[in-house]
Structure formats: C-alpha cells, structure tokens
Write a new protein. Structure first.
Length: 175
C-alpha cells in the first residue's frame, strides 16, 4: 500500500504486535517521513533499526541503543550539535518509558546476537527520536565500516537474531 510519504508499508503481526515497516528494501526514507509514518499509524511505540558507520575507523564494532535525552540531562553523544539540557521535544513526555524500552531492547539484543556492548546512550540531535509522540528508541545493530561486522550484518541469521531480540524485548511491554 502506498503511504503517500514516499515508501510502501508492510504490516506483520508478531507476538500480538502489529508491525509497520517503513521499508523492506534499501531505499532512502527521510527521517521526517519516518516520524510522520508512525504518527499516521497511531503507533504505540517506535523502534528504528539502523547500522552504524565509523567512516574511516574500521575497528569500531558493537551494538548501541539510543533514546532521547531527558530534559535537564546532558546527552552522551552530540556529534557537533549544541546540547542544551533545557531543550524540550515532544518525545520528552516519554522520558521514563524511553529509557526503560532502550534498556530492555539493548539487553535482549545483546543476548540474542552476542554483539559487543557499546551501551545505552542518550542523544538530543536525532530527529527520528525528537519528533515522536510515543516512546521511541533507535538501535545501531553493528558497524558496516567494520569488515567482520559487515559480513555478519549481511547474513540472514544475524538479521533474524536482531528481529528475535526485538520481539523478545517487547513480549511483556504494556501498550
């Protein structure tokens, strides 16, 4: 089905969750369209799965999980953006749920994938998290710039382990 936002939706039901994918192929979907898509589907929560890049540093490896930085706290990662602890975004209404969801997902993904732990982090600059009106988390499932991890990410088994880790983490989440 065409969503009018530049991508097609694919709905799946898993463990009682209805899952809406922003895409099922390697096409670019803007961050603002991803947020709008979640809004148009009245999503209960938002999980964004990405793969990282260390640019010229091929040694970086591991899994990291992000949630929006709570108002009044410093971010763990700023990437050159000004980090004003007074800044508030719509998703800050879910600060407690964001951190709980990020921790739960991160722990489950580490268990199912065996990936190196790069931690749960807070960032204020990530547009895909800021604009959400629901609990939201961004997962970096490994580094494409690391040849070993790139091979692992390319394997259907690893991607399945990521999917299973997400599903297990959401089994007991209240909606």
């Amino acid at each position: 089905m065409d969503t009018g936002l530049g991508f097609s939706s694919k709905t799946q039901v898993s463990n009682g969750w209805t899952v809406y994918l922003t895409r099922n192929s390697d096409v670019d979907v803007s961050l603002s369209n991803r947020v709008a898509y979640a809004e148009s589907r009245h999503a209960d929560l938002f999980v964004s799965l990405h793969f990282n890049s260390g640019a010229s540093n091929g040694d970086l490896a591991g899994l990291e999980t992000y949630c929006l930085t709570p108002t009044g706290m410093p971010s763990n990662l700023v990437r050159g953006y000004e980090d004003d602890p007074r800044e508030t975004h719509p998703n800050n209404l879910f600060d407690e749920q964001n951190m709980q969801l990020a921790s739960r997902l991160h722990r489950s993904l580490l268990q199912t994938t065996g990936a190196m732990d790069r931690g749960v982090r807070r960032a204020r600059f990530m547009a895909v998290l800021r604009g959400q009106h629901r609990p939201a988390v961004l997962i970096e499932g490994g580094y494409l710039s690391n040849l070993g991890e790139a091979r692992k990410i390319d394997s259907p088994e690893y991607r399945q382990a990521l999917a299973e880790g997400v599903a297990r983490a959401l089994e007991d989440v209240d909606r």
